[in-house]
Design a binder for this molecule. Structure first.
Ligand code: DGL
Length: 266
């Protein structure tokens, strides 16, 4: 197989990485994409660093076995805790979502601005965003806030129910009026963007790390001469459990038609 025509591998703990998938599909219509959702073990955000690392390495090896040309870790939790280890085992470039999210946030705030990072407990406890923001944007004031109920709300398909707004207010109302940019530091959270923006008010910019990651994947492939522009790309979906539910929610939440979803158990 010619290197350009190899697929791109993408993974997340469940549905959230589909926000990255969707952006990638829009930006790179010619690419073949293979998405893996670890639906048997979601959520990652409440698990130990050891567990997230072990799961991420298993999935990376599975996708590398599909002869991919680029691996996108479409999960902030796995990007926070496992990116370096995955890079060590991968012969192809590996992109996470944190670097691109940080870059996009720095473009959105003034010097000395206030950034609120929202994410899973594991991502927030890792301090990966705080470290990356301090390195690339000295002077930026960073606060991190874990929002652990957001992922189950999304996985339940309840993004526009009143309970989503109640939960968002509980977590985020204290930051309204004192935040220049809020990073959606979990790939599930773009699905709650409207609700989150509603709580924060119009003066806070909402930074979508999923979109930023897709742009950086395109730049990475272009830089290496690996873009595939030849035809309409194919999409393949694999999960570790409950393929029908995954397919239903992918359509309900993101209007993605998955076709047949296969199952890979570890
Ligand atoms: N979507 C994932 C993230 O970006 C993880 C959610 C979870 O499994 O807890 O962090």
């Amino acid at each position: 197989m010619n290197n350009n025509t190899r697929p791109i591998g993408i993974f997340d703990s469940g549905l959230g990485g589909l926000t990255v998938f969707k952006e990638l599909r829009a930006l790179l219509p010619g690419e073949d994409l293979i998405y893996f959702g670890d639906t048997a073990r979601v959520p990652y955000g409440t698990k130990s660093a050891e567990a997230v690392l072990a799961f991420s390495k298993e999935i990376a090896s599975f996708l590398l076995g599909k002869k991919i040309k680029l691996l996108v870790v479409a999960c902030n939790t796995a990007s926070s805790l496992a990116l370096e280890e995955i890079r060590k085992l991968s012969p192809v470039p590996v992109l996470g979502v944190i670097g691109p999210g940080v870059e996009a946030a720095l473009k959105a705030v003034p010097a000395g601005g206030r950034v609120l990072v929202t994410g899973t407990s594991a991502t927030v406890n890792s301090r990966a965003y705080s470290r990356a923001l301090a390195e690339s944007g000295p002077g930026i004031k960073v606060t991190e806030k874990a929002c652990p109920l957001f992922v189950p709300l999304v996985e339940e398909g309840w993004c526009s129910k009143p309970v989503a707004a109640i939960v968002a207010r509980e977590y985020l109302a204290p930051f309204r009026g004192r935040t220049d940019a809020l990073i959606l530091g979990c790939t599930h959270y773009p699905l709650l963007k409207k609700v989150i923006a509603g709580v924060m008010g119009p003066r806070t910019k909402i930074v979508d790390s999923a979109r930023a990651a897709a742009r950086s994947a395109r730049a990475e492939l272009a830089g290496r001469g690996l873009l595939n522009r030849a035809r309409r790309g194919r999409s393949e979906f694999v999960v570790s459990d409950a393929p029908d539910r995954f397919s239903e929610l992918a359509f309900k939440l993101l209007k993605i038609q998955t076709g047949k979803v296969s199952v890979k158990r570890f």
